[in-house]
Design a protein around this ligand. Structure first.
Ligand code: NDP
Length: 296
């Protein structure tokens, strides 16, 4: 049975790794907070490793899913790191929503040991991960993607080769910047309509039958804002990171991008105001606070 290692059992990593557990693959997992790996192993029959190195030993595919690319860099080197455990011809697939420059640096470091690298961020949320319906956007050699496609297919239903290393990260950041802009602009619009005497539910029903509809209007606002449920599935801190990456990609390529830069600034402020544990949809609460109205 192919041995696979999965490192990073956070909100999305855990349901992704679930699909790789025996009998699908000989799965080893590692998580910085070791109790999460231990409970996952008990639940699934995977083996919990004590270090990244132990998890990667003997694996032909190693998957990481941390908060940032810098966290990935942290677990590569050092005595307990991944690098020494990964042999020539093995592949590191990084499902972190990372930044392209760091991914390119990681890929170069691995290439010196004949280890292949793909940046492979995902979209579809925790619900998509649970249903194995994620979109996986890959940067790196197309041939490397074909080698690991059977593994990625365990949790992804749309797996796309986007270009060279960093292309997946760049595309993912722009996708999430769109999510951020939709969330924020819809919050402003609904706050204004509420004050103008239009019921938010009526406004959403009309928008969802019209050209302004989005995932925010069709799913996030009806399920999470109008209900005031605000479940915590994707931290605002992570969306702040993603919009910042998108704004950086635009700046690096000298693209005039006032909208992306403003979105990055707004989500930086929202993250600072609402804290590390807030969900991304809770950014709406800041718009409500500034407007002095609740969208309910
Ligand atoms: P969480 O914050 O829930 O989990 C982060 C994971 O990274 C945890 O396992 C954490 O370990 C680990 N980690 C953080 N820093 C380090 C470090 N320095 N060294 C080792 N491990 C570290 O994040 P998510 O699971 O939500 O997100 C993971 C990635 O996936 C992010 O890049 C995010 O942007 C992206 N993503 C998330 C989605 C979602 O809906 N949640 C959707 C699509 C993409 P510990 O348990 O010890 O804290």
């Amino acid at each position: 049975m192919t041995r696979v290692a999965f490192l990073g059992l956070g909100a999305i990593g855990r349901p992704m790794a679930r699909h790789l557990a025996p009998p699908a693959f000989d799965l080893r997992v590692w998580n910085r907070t070791s109790s999460k790996a231990a409970s996952f192993a008990l639940e699934t029959g995977a083996v919990a490793a004590a270090t990244p190195r132990e998890a990667a030993a003997g694996a032909s595919v190693v998957i990481t899913c941390f908060a940032t690319s810098h966290d990935v860099e942290d677990v590569i080197g050092g005595a307990d790191g991944l690098l020494d455990a990964m042999g020539a011809g093995t592949v590191l697939v990084d499902c972190t929503s990372g930044d392209p420059a760091t991914s390119r640096r990681i890929a170069e470091r691995l290439a010196a040991r004949s280890v292949d690298f793909l940046d492979a961020p995902v979209s579809g949320g925790v619900a998509g991960a649970e249903r194995a319906k994620l979109t996986v956007m890959c940067g790196g050699a197309a041939e490397t993607l074909e080698r690991v496609r059977p593994v990625l297919s365990s949790f992804g239903s749309t797996i796309v080769h986007c270009g060279a290393v960093g292309a997946g990260d760049a595309l993912k950041s722009v996708n999430n910047a769109m999510l951020a802009v939709h969330l924020w602009s819809l919050a402003e619009g609904l706050a204004a309509l509420t004050k103008a005497g239009v019921e938010p539910k009526v406004a959403l029903d009309v928008i969802n039958a019209s050209s302004g509809r989005s995932n925010a209007s069709q799913n996030l606002f009806p399920e999470r804002v109008l209900s005031r449920a605000f479940p915590r599935t994707f931290r605002l801190a992570l969306l702040d990171k993603d919009v910042g990456i998108a704004a950086g990609v635009a700046r690096d390529h000298k693209v005039a991008s006032p909208m992306l830069q403003l979105a990055a600034e707004l989500f930086r402020v929202a993250h600072a105001e609402l804290g590390e544990d807030a969900d991304h949809v809770e950014s709406v609460k800041l718009v409500e606070r500034w407007a002095g109205v609740e969208i309910a």
